[in-house]
Ligand binder design. Structure first.
Ligand code: 5GP
Ligand code: ZN
Length: 114
């Protein structure tokens, strides 16, 4: 866990472009944006992926979704739409094993995703 890049971003020991900061959640701009708006929302506490979530984490995940909505509204994405997603495991392309939700917007999204 000590080598986790997103734990270091959440604690401030690695710099990031902050979008939102609460007691237990942090949102920041992705360094390799895949859309005009590409923000990552993480719990500050280390959780590997959705597979590590426990029932008692349900409220936290709900609040992450609400925070994503608030950020989307602040960026005007409520008018055009946006995508909120998390990749779990290798086949989904998860590359950082600290749970994170991608908030993507500002362009038309394709479906199904690649
Ligand atoms: P994943 O592929 O695990 O779903 O998403 C990881 C995301 O983290 C990628 O979009 C990648 O660009 C982003 N990322 C990786 N390292 C850093 C970093 O050090 N800072 C920021 N802001 N984003 C990062
Ligand atoms: Zn971590």
């Amino acid at each position: 866990m000590n080598d986790c890049i997103f734990c270091k971003i959440a604690s401030g020991s690695i710099p990031s472009r902050k979008v939102a900061d609460t007691e237990d959640m942090y949102a920041f701009e992705d360094t390799n944006p895949q859309a005009p708006v590409h923000i990552l929302i993480i719990p500050k506490r280390h959780i590997d992926s959705t597979l590590s979530l426990k029932k008692e984490d349900a409220e936290l995940i709900g609040r992450i979704t609400i925070l994503a909505n608030e950020i989307a509204v602040s960026k005007g994405l409520d008018r055009t739409g946006f995508r909120l997603l998390t990749n779990t495991g290798r086949n989904a392309g998860q590359s950082v094993f600290h749970l994170h939700y991608h908030l993507l917007g500002g362009r038309t999204m394709e479906w199904p995703p690649g």
